[in-house]
Design a protein around this ligand. Structure first.
Ligand code: PEP
Length: 253
C-alpha cells in the first residue's frame, strides 16, 4: 500500500563533477527498482544534477528551504527556486539543522506548508537525543516534534508528507537502531499521524534514518511501519546506495 522511499542526504558533500560521476554510475545500478528513490543534494548541484536524473524516475530534493516567497533573506532559497530546478522533495527539520541552526518545530511547520503550496513534498525529520532516550522520553519527544511540525498540514495534503524518524544518537555514529527499536518508534509515529490525520495517517510513509548501511537495510525494511530510509554517509557511494535501494539481503540475519 505504501510505496517504499529510499532517500540520499548528501549533506555538505560533492562538487558538480563528483555529483555527475555519481549519477552516471548510480542510475544504471537502480534501473527498474520498484521503489521511490530521492537524492537530496546541496543547492549548488541541483541545476546540473537534475538533467542527469531525468528519465530515471529518481527524484531531486533539497536539504532545506526558506518558507518565504521571496525577499530580503540573504543566503536563503525559496520554494519557487526549488521548483525552478526540478526539486520534488525537500528535507526539513533535520537534526543537524535543529541543533546547529536553531530550527524549531514552528519553523519546520512553516517550511512544510510552504513546500506543499509549491507541490514539493516535505521530508519532515524527527528524533530524540541519547539523553532523551536514556530518560525514557523517546516516544514523547518524537510525538511532540510531530505535532509541532505537522499540525498546520491539511489532511487533504498529508499523504504527500514523508516523515523521517532519525534518532540523533544513530546519525553518523555507525550505531543503527535495531529494527525492533526503530519499529517501536515508527508504530508510535503512526499512531500520532492517525490522531492528526485520521485514516490518511496510514498512507504517510515513515522512513528510518541513522547509519543505514547495505548490511542493515533488509531487516529494517522488513518491519511493518518502516517504509523507507533516509541515508547520509552510505548514500555518497553509488554502489552502497544502490544496494540500499534494492534492500540488499547480504548481511541480513
Ligand atoms: C542523515 O543525515 O539523515 C543520516 C541518517 O546520516 P547517516 O546515514 O550518515 O547516519
Amino acid at each position: 500500500m505504501r510505496r517504499p522511499i529510499l532517500a540520499a542526504n548528501w549533506k555538505m558533500h560533492k562538487t558538480n563533477a563528483e555529483a555527475i560521476d555519481f549519477a552516471e554510475a548510480f542510475v544504471p545500478l537502480v534501473a527498474g527498482a520498484d521503489v521511490d528513490v530521492v537524492i537530496a543534494a546541496p543547492f549548488t548541484l541541483l541545476d546540473r544534477l537534475g538533467p542527469k536524473l531525468a528519465g530515471s524516475g529518481i527524484a531531486l530534493a533539497a536539504q532545506n528551504v526558506n518558507p518565504n516567497e521571496s525577499g530580503a533573506f540573504t543566503g536563503e532559497i525559496a520554494p519557487a527556486m526549488l521548483v525552478d530546478v526540478g526539486c520534488r522533495y525537500a528535507i526539513v527539520g533535520h537534526s543537524e539543522r535543529r541543533a546547529l541552526y536553531g530550527e524549531t518545530d514552528e519553523v519546520v511547520s512553516q517550511k512544510a506548508v510552504a513546500l506543499l503550496a509549491h507541490d514539493i513534498r516535505p521530508i519532515v525529520c524527527v528524533g530524540e537525543t541519547l539523553e532523551q532516550r536514556d530518560a525514557g522520553a523517546a516516544l514523547s519527544v518524537v510525538a511532540q516534534q510531530l505535532r509541532g511540525s505537522l499540525s498546520e498540514i491539511p489532511t487533504t495534503r498529508a499523504a504527500e508528507v514523508v516523515v523521517a524518524y532519525e534518532p540523533v544518537w544513530a546519525i553518523g555514529t555507525g550505531r543503527t537502531a535495531t529494527p525492533q527499536i526503530a519499529q517501536e518508534v515508527h508504530e508510535s509515529v503512526r499512531a500520532v499521524l492517525s490522531d492528526l490525520f485520521g485514516s490518511t495517517g496510514a498512507e504517510i510513509r515513515i522512513q528510518y534514518g541513522g547509519s543505514v548501511k547495505p548490511e542493515t537495510v533488509y531487516d529494517l525494511m522488513a518491519q511493518p511501519d518502516i517504509d523507507g530510509a533516509l541515508v547520509g554517509g552510505a548514500s555518497l557511494d553509488p554502489e552502497a546506495f544502490s544496494r540500499i535501494v534494492r534492500f540488499d539481503r547480504e548481511g541480513a540475519k
